[in-house]
Design a protein around this ligand. Structure first.
Ligand code: ASP
Length: 313
């Protein structure tokens, strides 16, 4: 299996075959993760450093577990409490890290493009764990695996991505991935939360939930990204829930077997009704978390293979 990329910085540079390669390998890891002995030595001897400059629960835990299950030496750096507070630049941090000889660097950063910049300065494989509003590739990959398992395929599906599109790296990576795999993507949300020029991405845009959800196979809800808003994007959370929150009435417009997704963390009663989120017949939110570990194991395996091959050359 060959993966022709030195880093996983986004979905944008990936070909459909690269996406399928990651998902197919992740399937094997889903089985491993469900077995009693969850350990392989695929990354033995390699050092994985997780650098999160922005808070994370699921993603950081998932990358840590993924590395440990594959035998890497995993270190978490608490970047919020680090020398960045003392004024160190991202490039200085990169050079410091380089001197420690990491093999896999997992980075989350509040600025779009920061992870790409870092990747240019280090001699190891870099995985983007979310940069600003730009990309969150492993999230889109785990979403794709969840959809493929629930629907039996990852093409010619109708998928509605709903809510705060403008501030969401999850939306951006999903739009790119689902488009590459030839699905029909609809974006549903208030015009204030829709990025300018979005129609160029080959998506359909709706500002009404019922029209947007009509007949879709997948309903993907997004969190309101309060931390990235600097003004009045929505009238009030109550009003937002009324118009855009996923409840049983709005979900009834989707296909009868439509699945409900959310990347987490969820704001219950803001973008999604708690009962729907917990409904095991509709919601695959916990499956997304499970697929997250497997997809990260797969991505790190493929990058490590390339790294070893380049070093041996
Ligand atoms: N956890 C996802 C992210 O980091 C989604 C979110 O925060 O709303 O982008």
């Amino acid at each position: 299996m060959s993966f022709p990329h030195a880093h996983l910085l986004g979905i944008e540079p990936l070909a459909p075959g690269d996406i399928t390669a990651i998902l197919d390998l992740a399937e094997e890891y889903v089985a491993l993760n469900r077995s009693a002995a969850k350990h392989r030595d695929v990354l033995a001897g390699l050092t994985q450093i997780n650098m999160f400059f922005e808070a994370s629960t699921r993603t950081q835990a998932s990358f840590e577990l993924a590395g440990k299950r594959l035998g890497a030496d995993v270190m978490n750096m608490a970047m919020q409490a680090s020398s960045l507070k003392k004024g160190e630049t991202l490039i200085d941090t990169a050079l410091t890290l380089n001197a420690m000889h990491p093999d896999l660097l997992v980075v989350r950063h509040p600025h779009s493009g920061a992870v790409d910049l870092l990747a240019q300065k280090v001699r190891c494989a870099v995985l983007n764990a979310g940069d600003g509003r730009h990309e969150h590739p492993t999230q889109a990959l785990l979403d794709a695996l969840t959809i493929r398992r629930a629907k039996g395929r990852l093409h010619r599906l109708s998928i509605a991505i709903c809510g705060d599109i403008a501030h969401s790296r999850v939306a951006r990576s999903n739009i790119l991935l689902l488009g590459k795999m030839e699905n029909r993507v609809r974006l549903v949300g208030p015009p204030t939360l829709m990025p300018a020029g979005i129609a160029e991405f080959g998506v359909e845009v709706f500002d009404d939930m019922k029209a947007g959800l009509e007949g879709v196979d997948v309903v993907m809800m997004l969190r309101l990204q309060r931390e990235r808003m600097d003004g009045g994007f929505i009238p009030s959370e109550r009003e937002y829930y009324h118009r855009y929150g996923l409840d049983a009435e709005k979900l009834a417009y989707a296909k009868e077997d439509a699945i409900v997704m959310h990347p987490g963390p969820m704001n219950r009663g803001v973008e999604i009704d708690g009962e729907i989120a917990d409904d095991i017949n509709r919601s695959v939110i916990q499956d997304q978390v499970e697929m997250g570990v497997a997809v990260r194991m797969a991505a790190m395996t493929l990058l490590a293979e390339g790294l070893r091959a380049r070093r041996a050359a």
